[in-house]
Design a protein around this ligand. Structure first.
Ligand SMILES: [Zn+2]
Length: 383
C-alpha cells in the first residue's frame, strides 16, 4: 500500500467500491501516519504470500484505506482471488485524536512528562469522550496535521508516547484483519454465514446466539494473533537476531508496556464507540458484560501476552520483560479505573468474578462447540 489510488489492482478497486472511494494521500501523510504500522505488518505478512490451504487456494492480499465517514471500522474480505483488507479513513483520524486526548489527561501515565495547565484548560470544554470530538463537530479539522496542532499534548515526552500508542494500535488493527485472512476466518464466514467479509458492525448485528458465539471466538483469536505479533512474537524475533536484551532497561520494558497498553486502550476506544453508536449513556460503561464485548477484548489484550509467554519455550529473560510490562499495564489500568469515569470498566481486572462474568458461560462456545469450530476452520487456514 502506498496511499496512491493508481497503485491498486482491479480486484481491490472492485471490492472496495462498496465501502467508499479509495483514499489517496500525499507522501508526507503516508510517512507520518501510516507507514510505521503498515510496514511492521507487511514485514510479517509478506512471508505468507503463496502459502496454500487444504482447498488449494493460494494466499494473497492487498490492503488500503477507503474514504468512509461512518464510525471507524476495518474489514477483511475475499474477492475470489485475494484477501482485501480495508480501513476507513476515519480510523487513523479518530485514533490519533483519542491518544492525544488521553495523554493530555493528567490521570493517564501520571509519572511520564508533564501535563501542562494549558492541556487541562484546553480540553476541559470538550464534552465528547476522547476519540469523538471530531466526529461530534466539537473540533474541526481540514487536514490530519490539524489534530496534532489542535489536540496534541504540549509536553514533548507525552506527545511521543501518544504517537507510539497510536502506531501500535494501528499495527493491532492491521494485524487483527490479517489474522482473519490467514486463519481462514473469511472463508468460514463466506461458507457458513453467507457474507464475503468480516466486519465488526455486521457481526454485532447478528442476533443468532450460536453465530455470535462463533464470531466471538473468531474475534478473540484474531486479537490474540495481533497482540502476539506486536508483543511476544516481536520480542522473540529480536532475541533471535543480533540483539542484546537488557532486562533491567526501564526504557525497553516501558516500550513493551506501551504495546500492551495500546491494545487495552484500543478496546477502550471500542467501548466508547459502542456507546456513541447506540446514543447511549456513558454511565452504562460500568456494566460491560455483553459479548462479543469490548471489555472482554480489553482484558484479553492486557492478559494474553503473559499467557502466550507461558505456553512458549521462551527464555526467562524474555518472560521477565513481558511480566514486568504486563504488571505495569495492570497497575495503570486499575488506577485509571478508580480515577476516571470512562475507564471504570478496567476495575473488572481486580474482581474475583471477572472471568465468569466478563467471559460469561452463555456468551462462550462449549468445549465441544469450540472443537467443532476449530475443525471447520482448519481446512481454510493457510498455515
Ligand atoms: Zn475482527
Amino acid at each position: 500500500m502506498t496511499g496512491k489510488a493508481e497503485n491498486y489492482s482491479s480486484d481491490f478497486i472492485t471490492f472496495s467500491k462498496d465501502y467508499g472511494k479509495i483514499f489517496s494521500c500525499d507522501d508526507t501523510v503516508y510517512e507520518k501516519y501510516l507507514k510505521p504500522s503498515v510496514s511492521f505488518a507487511l514485514k510479517n505478512w509478506n512471508n505468507y504470500i503463496g502459502k496454500e490451504n487444504s482447498l488449494g487456494l493460494k494466499f494473497d492480499f492487498e490492503l488500503g484505506i477507503v474514504e468512509n465517514k461512518s464510525l471507524p471500522n476495518a474489514i477483511c474480505g475475499f474477492n475470489g482471488h485475494k484477501h482485501i483488507i480495508l480501513m476507513y479513513h476515519t480510523f487513523p483520524i479518530f485514533l490519533l485524536e483519542f491518544f492525544y486526548r488521553l495523554l493530555c489527561n493528567e490521570r493517564v501515565l501520571k509519572h511520564k512528562g508533564n501535563t501542562l495547565d494549558y492541556d487541562k484548560k484546553f480540553h476541559s470544554h470538550l464534552k465528547s469522550p476522547p476519540g469523538f470530538s471530531i466526529l461530534s463537530g466539537e473540533v474541526q479539522i481540514k487536514h490530519i496535521d490539524d489534530i496534532s496542532n489542535k489536540l496534541a499534548p504540549l509536553c514533548a515526552i507525552r506527545k511521543e508516547i501518544a504517537d507510539k500508542l497510536y502506531h501500535y494500535a494501528m499495527v493491532l488493527i492491521w494485524e487483527h484483519e490479517f489474522a482473519h485472512a490467514i486463519n481462514g476466518h473469511v472463508h468460514f464466514v463466506q461458507n457458513n454465514l453467507s457474507s464475503n467479509s468480516l466486519n465488526e458492525k455486521y457481526l454485532n448485528s447478528s442476533n443468532l446466539l450460536n453465530v455470535n458465539r462463533a464470531i466471538s471466538y473468531i474475534e478473540m483469536s484474531a486479537d490474540k494473533g495481533a497482540s502476539f505479533n506486536l508483543v511476544v512474537g516481536d520480542l522473540y524475533k529480536k532475541s533471535k537476531t543480533a540483539f542484546e536484551i537488557i532486562s533491567n532497561s526501564e526504557e525497553f520494558i516501558f516500550d513493551y508496556s506501551l504495546k500492551i497498553l495500546a491494545g487495552s486502550f484500543l478496546s477502550l476506544f471500542w467501548m466508547l464507540s459502542d456507546v456513541v453508536d447506540s446514543n447511549g449513556d456513558f454511565k452504562s460503561i460500568d456494566y460491560w458484560t455483553d459479548h462479543p464485548s469490548s471489555l472482554a477484548r480489553a482484558i484479553n489484550f492486557t492478559l494474553s501476552p503473559i499467557t502466550q509467554c507461558e505456553s512458549l519455550p521462551l527464555d526467562e529473560e524474555l518472560k521477565y520483560i513481558v511480566k514486568k510490562a504486563t504488571e505495569f499495564c495492570y497497575v495503570e489500568l486499575i488506577n485509571l479505573g478508580n480515577d476516571w469515569g470512562i475507564c471504570r470498566p478496567f476495575n473488572w481486572l481486580n474482581r474475583k468474578d471477572m472471568f465468569s462474568k466478563v467471559f460469561h458461560e452463555k456468551h462462550r462456545l462449549s468445549n465441544i462447540e469450540t472443537e467443532e469450530l476449530i475443525s471447520k476452520l482448519k481446512k481454510y487456514r493457510y498455515i
